[in-house]
Design a protein around this ligand. Structure first.
Ligand SMILES: [Zn+2]
Length: 280
């Protein structure tokens, strides 16, 4: 995959740019400034090929002969790419879009990070309609977050998903931010559960360095998120009534693979949880 150029964040002070880079943000596109992506034919062409080499709907490589190198605007690139994808998909299966427009019955609810490198449907090799999704920064499960609660309620109570998959990932910018001590503005509030995990597991984390430390906190975050889900009343009811499964996984950016995280609980812990959270 061709490397995109990495110009520094523009229009920002060095301190702000440094903080954003902690979260993996290296590009800012103010409308009044030129697009930092060079529009040379090779770069744009490689960029498109790297993003759309594969159609997950039909498990085949797309023909990327469109003269996208002539597109020098990223939004135009999106529209052109979409038109091509829709055309290829309809050509391969004329019934796909008519069927898709009638409704959805996804078996999986995916709760993941907003990170652009972890697109659930793509990395699962699935197709539109297979995965209902909620993503937020660092895949944090706040017990009272209205957005994730609404998604979980609709997916579990109305769509009847069979599995909930909570996915963290390696090199997560949100996790790295919680392991640092910079002021991150609003994100300091959002990341609070991660900082609490950092505090609670300080001794274990102190023995680790670099990527190992970040990945370990990502794993702790997934385990904590699974516990939050197991205390969600909608999830509790579905686990009891129809054996809904809740899974925790870590996505490895370097290999593209998922690794299941052991989230089992001691029998006594489980029964205590059920007793405390059950409603009749
Ligand atoms: Zn992340």
């Amino acid at each position: 995959m061709a490397e995109r150029s990495q110009p520094p964040a523009v229009g920002l002070g060095p301190r702000c740019a440094e903080r954003l880079s902690l979260l993996g943000v290296t590009h800012i596109f103010p409308a009044t400034l030129p697009d930092p992506f060079p529009s040379s034919s090779s770069l744009t062409s490689n960029y498109v090929s790297s993003v759309y080499p594969y159609n997950p709907v039909f498990k085949k490589t797309l023909n990327t002969d469109t003269k996208w190198q002539e597109v020098d605007d990223n939004f135009k690139l999106c529209l052109e790419s979409n038109k091509k994808w829709a055309g290829e998909t309809a050509k391969a299966d004329a019934a796909f879009f008519p069927t898709s427009s009638k409704g959805q019955s996804p078996p999986i609810l995916w709760l993941g990070c907003s990170d652009s490198r972890v697109p659930e449907t793509t990395l699962l090799g699935m197709k539109p309609g297979d995965v209902f999704t909620h993503r937020n920064i660092a895949n944090i499960m706040h017990a009272t977050d209205l957005s994730s609660l609404s998604v979980i309620y609709f997916a579990v109570a109305h769509l009847g998903v069979k599995h909930i998959v909570l996915c963290g990932h390696t090199s997560c910018g949100g996790v790295a931010g919680a392991l640092g001590n910079d002021k991150l503005g609003l994100l300091d509030v959002w990341l609070q559960p991660l900082r609490e995990l950092r505090e609670k597991h300080a001794d274990e984390l102190a023995k680790l360095e670099g990527a190992e430390k970040t990945t370990y906190l990502s794993e702790l975050n997934v385990k904590a998120g699974v516990e939050v889900l197991r205390r969600n009343p909608t999830v509790i009811d579905a686990m009891k009534e129809r054996d809904l499964k809740v899974h925790g996984v870590i996505y490895d950016l370097a290999s593209g693979t998922l690794r299941e995280i052991a989230c089992e609980e001691h029998e006594t812990t489980g029964s205590n949880r059920v007793a405390a959270f059950e409603r009749k």
